[in-house]
Write a protein that binds this ligand. Structure first.
Ligand code: PRP
Ligand code: URA
Length: 209
């Protein structure tokens, strides 16, 4: 079973409180989501491989390390995942970005795919899926299925908030995918919303409600 990492860093806990608050407006919400993506991204990239290089400093030659191994791709699940791209790109600016458009049918809660555009070499990259919310897990599982069908072998996912049901569903369907999650809440309500959660992440990022 893949490991699930929950974040304990005080800055993450603080920003989670900010985005949960219903009084937080679009601008502050969007900024905090981007900052959370950067902070969770720091943990999600902790085990990336490095190799030794020699660098000439103004004083002497230093033996030091640079990133090695597979190149990265970031895959946001539209729409809300878009809010996490810039924050993560600030850590790994050379990463390519693929987009998957999925929305949850409000009646069935099943994901509906409406868009997909990936870098050509996606199958050779280490992929980080980003989506603020992991609720039933349907969208995450559909996105992972899609990427695996395209030959991606190395996948991890970052979410800001999750429900226990969604974490269990992704772990059961894709035990090889490591999860990096800001916090796991109590449960889902009858409409598939995370409780206490933060409401509809896409609406709060884009101001559509
Ligand atoms: C939200 C969220 C996830 C999905 C999570 O997107 O950003 O993609 O719901 O729910 P699940 O785990 O039950 O699949 P939504 O479908 O509301 O689309 P949006 O981002 O366009 O608002
Ligand atoms: N999607 C959201 O945006 N919020 C939830 O609580 C669940 C799914």
């Amino acid at each position: 079973m893949a490991t699930v990492h929950y974040m304990e860093h005080p800055l993450i806990l603080h920003k989670l409180s900010l985005i949960r608050d219903k009084r937080t407006g679009v601008k502050e919400f969007r900024e905090a989501v981007s900052e959370l993506a950067m902070l969770i991204g720091y943990e999600a990239t902790r085990d990336l491989p490095t190799r030794e290089v020699e660098v000439e400093t103004p004083i002497a030659v230093a033996r030091t390390r640079v990133l090695a191994g597979k190149k990265l791709a970031i895959v946001p699940i539209l729409r809300a995942g878009l809010g996490m791209v810039e924050g993560l790109l600030s850590l790994v600016p050379a990463a390519k970005v693929g987009h998957v458009g999925l929305f949850r049918d409000p009646d069935t809660l099943k994901p509906v795919e409406y868009y997909c555009k990936m870098p050509k070499d996606i199958s050779e990259r280490e992929v980080i899926i980003v989506d603020p919310m992991l609720a039933t897990g349907g969208s995450a599982i559909a996105c992972i299925d899609l990427l695996k069908r395209r030959g991606v072998k190395s996948l991890r996912m970052m979410n800001i908030l999750a429900a226990p049901e969604g974490v269990a569903a992704v772990q059961a369907a894709h035990p090889d995918v490591e999860l990096f999650i800001g916090a796991c809440d109590e449960k889902l309500n009858d409409h598939g919303y995370i409780v206490p959660g933060l409401g509809d992440a896409g609406d709060r990022i884009f101001g559509t409600k």
